[in-house]
Design a protein around this ligand. Structure first.
Ligand code: NDP
Length: 282
């Protein structure tokens, strides 16, 4: 009889809170579908337990882990190195063990660009991003690395939008521009891609996204980062105006698919991941 290693490859997900985080559900579904002997385990880890939890990961030989709020920055000094976009963003959402070293990557922005690239190339495009938090930062940097021509960042204080625009200008060939939000933002006619990267619309929030929808043109791609509900009122309104739309599941599924590629070198079926989330949110 053959000798079988009964152990699974382990991946963790550290955050606080994580009880509402659907990633485990999506990962376990695709591991099962692909017949991969991997397990994905979400744990609520408070800030002051991150270091000892990471020691546990190393001691038990985990292949890697996702980290979400509040650990995306705090994990950095504990790691052996950073990938290019994680370094630029100053945030890590995915840690990968490579030759005994734990390297921090950021797959959030790549998840977004992957879903965008299913519809259009990013090179030479002008983007407008509403919001200047973690999701906006990941999207702006990754799109800049994909050679977007211009990235306009809009937020209420103007301060973080300006910092992000400067980061783009300093470190990439794209042009970053900041706008302070007053009332509703009118979308300039030369914008190709509009992104809601705020928390507006996340269940159960029903606030309207502060964009003057009458300024959208049907040749624009309009996307939302909100995964739940997948079809936000913002996305629905843009689709009704003839725009091509991308929902927040695209980014969530693709960041996970890219993370699995890093951990296992395997290209998994993204549709299975998407269906698992649609099931969960329905
Ligand atoms: P942050 O708290 O870092 O940033 C939130 C941003 O939203 C800020 O720029 C804030 O604006 C803006 N904002 C919030 N409320 C309003 C409002 N009423 N009007 C105008 N602007 C507002 O959050 P994250 O960037 O980490 O996350 C944002 C959303 O992205 C979350 O809902 C999260 O679920 C989603 N997300 C989705 C991912 C996916 O894979 N689909 C991945 C990561 C995040 P200001 O700067 O003016 O304060």
């Amino acid at each position: 009889s053959a000798i079988v290693d009964c152990q699974s490859t382990l991946i963790a997900n550290f955050g606080m809170p994580v009880w509402e985080n659907p990633t485990e559900f999506m990962m376990e579904a695709v591991f099962k579908h692909e017949g991969m002997k991997y397990r994905y385990i979400s744990r609520e880890i408070p800030k002051d337990k991150l270091e000892v939890s990471f020691e546990g990961v190393k001691a038990m030989g985990f292949k890697g882990f996702n980290c979400t709020l509040p650990h995306k920055q705090n994990i950095i000094p504990l790691l052996d190195g950073l990938g290019e976009s994680a370094e630029l963003m100053g945030a890590v959402n995915c840690v990968v063990e490579r030759d005994g070293k734990y390297i921090g990557e950021n797959t959030d922005g790549k998840g977004y660009t992957e879903s965008l690239k299913e519809l259009t190339s990013i090179e030479g495009k002008t983007l407008l991003i509403l919001g200047a938090g973690g999701a906006a930062r990941a999207i702006a940097i990754e799109c800049a690395l994909e050679k977007a021509a211009k990235i306009i960042i809009v937020n209420r204080t103007g301060k973080t939008a300006k910092e992000l625009a400067e980061l783009v200008n300093k470190n990439t060939d794209s042009v970053g521009e900041a706008i302070t939000l007053e009332g509703e933002v009118a979308i300039p006619a030369n914008v190709d891609i509009v992104i809601n990267a705020t928390n507006i619309g996340l269940y159960p929030d029903t606030t309207k996204v502060p964009i003057d929808m009458s300024t959208l043109k049907s040749n624009m791609i309009v996307s939302d980062v909100i995964p739940n509900p997948p079809q936000t009122p913002f996305i629905q309104d843009a689709a009704a105006r003839g725009c091509t739309t991308i929902d927040g599941l695209g980014m969530l599924v693709n960041q996970g698919k890219i993370a699995i590629k890093y951990w296992s070198d395997k290209d998994v079926n993204a549709d299975v991941m998407r269906e698992a989330l649609v099931d969960l949110f329905s």
